[in-house]
Design a protein around this ligand. Structure first.
Ligand code: ATP
Ligand code: MG
Ligand code: FE
Length: 353
């Protein structure tokens, strides 16, 4: 099947054409992403209203470009998939309403995609990973472990009780005046820093639960920065490196615990850890995860970073997986600002439409 995927839940306007053959093989025919970094740069973060307006301005062009690069016309598409939540509701509405209009005009099925499911299934698009596997989603809005048993069949094992990991990177970057988005900036400057100079806290780490907490760590970083002010370049680099070492350790320890639970609950399955979300780009965190997986005898799968951050191909692919199971949605599907993955209504029920 040929699927158009539309993503507008945050600050990227994205559309892609993905082909799925009957054996489950995937081809990304096009994947167009327009990031809104310039629109939001002056504000040090994403402004929801500006994001929604930019989606309105650019989405039609991005969809046309995705079709052009794939060498198809809209009439060739078998189904239209769009992120229907969770995310910034104004942006979600732009993408979902566009998808509904196309579905109605072209008389094609609509698939309302949960953005988290799109992240969760990406490793099947890029690496053909088989169920079950453990996903660690670490992005600007989420930090969670999810057991992925099948399409629509998820169990959340832990989440953040305050900030998301990407958000923690962004806030630390802001207080070190490194600009937005903070993750890449913190990682770059940390290269010249001493990761052992400051021993920042590892919140929750002694507790036997798979949750994260990053806000206390961020506060410790802020207090250290204030105590040293004015900061030299070396101070900034050392704080960034010490912060990054703390989060890498937290993530690796938790991953080890989550993999232990996987082995306990799913004996006979090779433990697999799939990483999703923009923070997967971080080399220090990836290396720490690699070590944790080696210790646990688990496989680590990190899709190419362009498919870890928000994009249309992952939405098209989630749509393709659902479409193959006969799961489509009605045109009156309501956009959801919040939409946890492990709700019963994520379950695939064929031919809802
Ligand atoms: P969500 O998908 O949860 O709605 P989002 O769109 O903000 O949120 P992504 O686009 O997947 O998430 O990722 C962006 C986040 O990843 C930002 O917080 C950014 O700082 C972080 N990030 C990107 N590169 C790196 C890096 N090299 N190191 C650490 N963090 C990074
Ligand atoms: Mg983003
Ligand atoms: Fe995302």
């Amino acid at each position: 099947a040929i699927i158009l995927g539309i993503e507008t839940s945050c600050d990227e306007t994205a559309a892609a054409i993905v082909l799925r053959d009957s054996a489950g093989g995937a081809t990304i025919a096009s994947n167009v992403v327009r990031s809104q970094l310039d629109e939001h740069a002056a504000f040090g973060g994403v402004v929801p209203e500006l994001a929604a307006r930019a989606h309105v301005t650019f989405l039609d062009h991005i969809i046309a470009q995705a079709c052009r690069e794939a060498g198809i016309s809209l009439a060739d598409v078998d189904a239209i998939a769009a992120t229907a939540g969770p995310g910034l509701i104004g942006g979600v509405l732009v993408g979902l309403t566009t998808a509904k209009a196309l579905a109605a005009a072209l008389d094609k099925p609509l698939i309302a995609v949960n953005h988290l499911e799109a992240h969760a299934l990406t490793a099947r698009l890029t690496d053909g990973v088989k169920f079950p596997y453990l996903m660690l989603l670490v992005s600007g809005g989420h930090s969670q472990f999810v057991l992925v048993r099948g399409v629509g069949d998820y169990e959340r094992w832990g989440t953040t009780i305050d900030d998301a990991l990407g958000e923690a990177f962004d806030k630390v970057a802001k207080l070190l005046s490194l600009g937005h988005p903070g993750g890449p900036a913190v990682e770059a400057i940390a290269k010249s820093g001493d990761a052992r100079r400051f021993k920042f806290p590892r919140p929750l780490l002694r507790e036997a639960r798979l949750d994260f907490s990053f806000s206390g760590l961020k506060t410790a970083v802020r207090l250290q920065a204030e105590a040293l002010a004015p900061l030299s370049d070396q101070d900034v680099a050392d704080i960034a490196a010490s912060f990054q070492a703390a989060v890498a350790e937290i993530v690796a320890v938790r991953a080890g615990q989550a993999l232990a639970r996987f082995k306990e609950q799913l004996p006979g399955h090779v433990p697999q850890l799939v990483v999703a979300g923009g923070v997967a780009a971080n080399r220090t965190i990836a290396a720490a995860l690699q070590e944790a997986c080696a210790r646990a005898g688990a496989d680590l799968i990190v899709p190419p970073i362009a498919l870890c951050t928000d994009n249309g191909a992952m939405v098209a692919w989630a749509g393709a997986e659902r479409f193959a199971l006969g799961a489509t949605d009605q045109l009156d599907f309501i956009a959801r600002p919040r939409w946890p993955l492990d709700l019963p209504d994520m379950k695939v029920t064929p031919d809802a439409a």
